[in-house]
Design a protein around this ligand. Sequence first.
Ligand SMILES: [Zn+2]
Length: 362
Amino acid sequence: MLADIEELVSCESPSADLDALAASADVVARVGGRLLGAEPERIVIDSRNHLRWRLGSGPARVLLLAHHDTVWPLGSLDTHPFTMTGGVLRGPGCFDMKTGLVLALHATAAVGVPDGVTILVTADEEVGSPTSRTLIEQEAAGCAAALVLEGAAAGGALKTERKGVSLYRIRAEGRAAHAGLEPERGVNATVELAHQILAVIGLADPGRGTTATPTRLAAGHTTNTVPADGEFAVDVRMWDRAEQDRIDAVMHALRPAVPGARLVVSGGPNRPPMAAASSADLFARAAVLAAGLGLPPLRSAAVGGASDGNFTAGAGTPTLDGLGAVGGGAHADDEHVLIDALPGRAALVAALLGSIALHDRG
Ligand SMILES: [Zn+2]
């Protein structure tokens, strides 16, 4: 597993670089082909290389889900080289989620490449899965389980509940004027955005865990002109779909506060919430299997970050997430994987596969 992780981490694969992703898909196909004795289908959508292994002839019972893109730009290996020291493995994308990808392949090989298992490795998870979403939902439909190999929560906990995500862009249009000579003739887009930013913050509901966070902001062109236009982005997270609908209705009903200004609101729900109910049965099963393997008691965690597990859960498929690497520092300088935890993790995924794919048939 360590050699395969090194091979994958050493092939950089930022979400924005289609050529790098094609090369990365080659590496994943080669490693997986060796382990599974089967070549993947290469599914290219808008020049993005996704890979799919449909194992056996029957309908899929289990979907193993991983992604091979990372948030790390080309050249990150120079500043964050692959290393293994003191039981800790490092390198761009090692935790999110090349180790999980390797775990999926090894676990599948360990149970003898069972019938009824589909492994899907996508190439755009870190940018919201625009080209793979439909593919993910189609592969998940009808499966008894979607096992997502994203990195674990703190201490190795599985992720059994994830917030949903909605993304918006709020654009204000006003009228330019000279800020010194005749500012009164202008309609100030920056001031309009200020009103809207405060309105958006007011949509949060801490009691329900709903956050509404204004993020990137830009307005105007020169320092002595009343800005004619500007926009800001909003990241909204929530635990349930009713909240997602509430926010969406309010966002699209925002009205301008500055006389003469115009507002254009775009965007909407990106990933639905992954509710605890979609994970409960699988988590209980995993906890029993972990105990049987002599692993430490399995813990669960609810997290604000979304993954493609939100899509499989949203499609109605029981979903268990965070089955990948134990470690931390996703998207950060201290990204790392704990080497000692790898065998136990692979054994757990293999046990889940065996239990669902082999023993629940018919
Ligand atoms: Zn990830």
